[in-house]
Design a protein. Sequence first.
Length: 454
Amino acid sequence: MDINNITKAHFIGVGGIGVSAIIRLFDDRGIVISGSDGTLPESGMLPEGRYHEGHDANNVSGDTSVIIYSPAVPHDNPERMRGAELGITQLSYPEALALVTKHNHTIAVSGTHGKSTTTALLGRLFQEGGLDASVIVGADVPEWNHNYHKGIGDLFIVEACEYRRNMMNLSPQAILLTNLELDHPDYYHDLADVKSAFRDYIEKLSGEDLLIINNDDANIRDITKDFDAIIVRYGVGGGADLVARNIEQGSTEQTFELVWKGTSLGIFSTPLPGLFNIYNILAACATYLAYSGRSDIIQRVLTKFTGVGRRFEVLGTLQNAIIISDYAHHPTALAAVVEAARTRYKGKNILTVFRPHHRERTIKLMDDFVTTILGIPHCILVEIYDVPGREEETLVSSKDIIERVFTHDPRKDVIYAKDLAEAEQITRNQSSLFDVILVVGAGDADHLARRLIK
């Protein structure tokens, strides 16, 4: 299918972060939009179109050129079934992303953690540096049209998700790998399966293409051994092309020195907290520098870049407590966010409200979740969020995490909440005891954070 032949598109799952970006791109191209979702986004969040709450075969008109659906939408969805009856081409979001980028020079940002922040920052560097790539990112970016930026040239930067090997749909000229761990255990059998998938992915590059890697990640180093491509390495350790050193974390910013191929570029500052964000910055800057980027542009962008939606996003206050929303849903990411908060708000009392995401992830990574929760001073653990279309009859609860935590430390301050409503009540009752309240999790955890500031 050629995007130039599309005149009308119907989207199923318009509230999804990926699908909504394609909607905005199609709207920019003058394509007529229709779509549906179980619950529609707030009015004005999407471009003009004919949107329906709920799924019904009558939502699909016969003159539709293509149906694009979220990977969470099953094959027996009535709108997909109607599309099949009418002979309308259907594409999943990852397939649609491949369609819109196939004629562009594409940089794909991939890995377990940090993709959204890295993609957005890389896009801002290119934009300010005069390269101005189009960008699709898995989070809202304050400077752009939510999760999409329309560039002026041939470059396209995309966040490439690894779930179900979706990144394999793309044919990029550059791949950026942030880090690799076991995640999405409802699809990947184990870490070896993850590494195998990513090795297959980078094999899509030719010897003249570009691979940017986190040199401090042992799993990435393993899969890139003897790999034939132009490789740019970044890290805080030795042996990398771009190194961050002399990192100082303060109450309002971090400062660090960047060294590119042995030459110091100077001292830089960022309002983003945490070592994990230093790695995100290194990833974006290494890629930008590989495209002949300038250090003065890096300096300017880093100073102003405040991040993306739901990534250590400071929303407001409840009484005197600062409310922060974060998307972390993997044990490693949860630990990193909590550590960033403890460093940024040193000496302050911090409450973490965490809702695990997906029962299969919870049971497969149970030991890691227990270890992480043990390291959190004060925690409210909400019942696990059930992911639509991805849950099996897996009998596991947040109570199981707490039970195992108590076997290690019976006095640990961790409280169970059966749902977001109970979590809100407990949080409000305890808010006067805390200076900072972190609300962490994918799915609907952000709803709680936003209710707390009202």
